[in-house]
Unconditional design. Structure first.
Length: 196
């Protein structure tokens, strides 16, 4: 951060561009614990297609910064299922809209190997360019939906070493989720950035 523009982490209020209110509330809760305040922003930007969440997030952050000219961050997440060759992956939001979690479970009927990984990529953009932060959480896909909290695929994802889905145990999700991992890396970088 340039001299004269330094702010304490407690004074930061960054713009999070997302059309997903659930993601905003989750990020707000996690970053608040790191001393970073955020505000919700909505902007219609064309989403780059591809299979890499990090590249998609970086392109979106770049486009958003070009439009708004203010520091901001975006996020792209995906559920990568081994037996489906990584599907739905970076197309998770689209697949959920078309198939829902039950549709994904149907695709996995009879599948014994149920390994999966949730990945989140945070991309931050300012006048100095774009920085990305990736978080991942390994686990398995449950045989049926379980739990009533969370959103999207939370009811079918069981993190490694656990027996409950994210939707059954929101406290578990708050501790170990892919989103938490990425956001904590981001918050740590912001703290180091303001010190420099």
């Amino acid at each position: 951060m340039r001299t004269g523009a330094k702010r304490k982490a407690s004074d930061m209020k960054l713009l999070f561009i997302t059309g997903n209110r659930h993601k905003f509330l989750e990020a707000e809760s996690i970053l608040k614990g790191c001393g970073v305040k955020i505000e919700h922003g909505s902007l219609s930007i064309p989403e780059e297609r591809g299979e890499d969440c990090e590249a998609i997030a970086a392109a979106a952050a770049r486009a958003a910064y070009r439009a708004l000219k203010k520091p901001l961050f975006v996020e792209d997440s995906g559920l990568f299922i081994e037996s489906l060759n990584g599907f739905p992956g970076a197309y998770s939001a689209w697949a959920f809209g078309k198939l829902g979690a039950d549709g994904i479970l149907k695709l996995m009927t009879g599948t014994v190997k149920r390994g999966a990984e949730f990945v989140t990529a945070i991309a931050y953009a300012d006048e100095d360019g774009v920085r990305t932060f990736v978080g991942a959480c390994k686990g398995t896909v449950a045989p049926m939906q379980r739990g009533s909290t969370g959103f999207a695929y939370d009811a079918i994802f069981v993190p490694e070493g656990q027996s409950k889905t994210f939707a059954e145990d929101p406290e578990l999700k708050a501790r170990v989720s892919h989103r938490r991992m990425a956001l904590e890396k981001f918050a740590k970088w912001l703290e180091e950035k303001e010190k420099s």
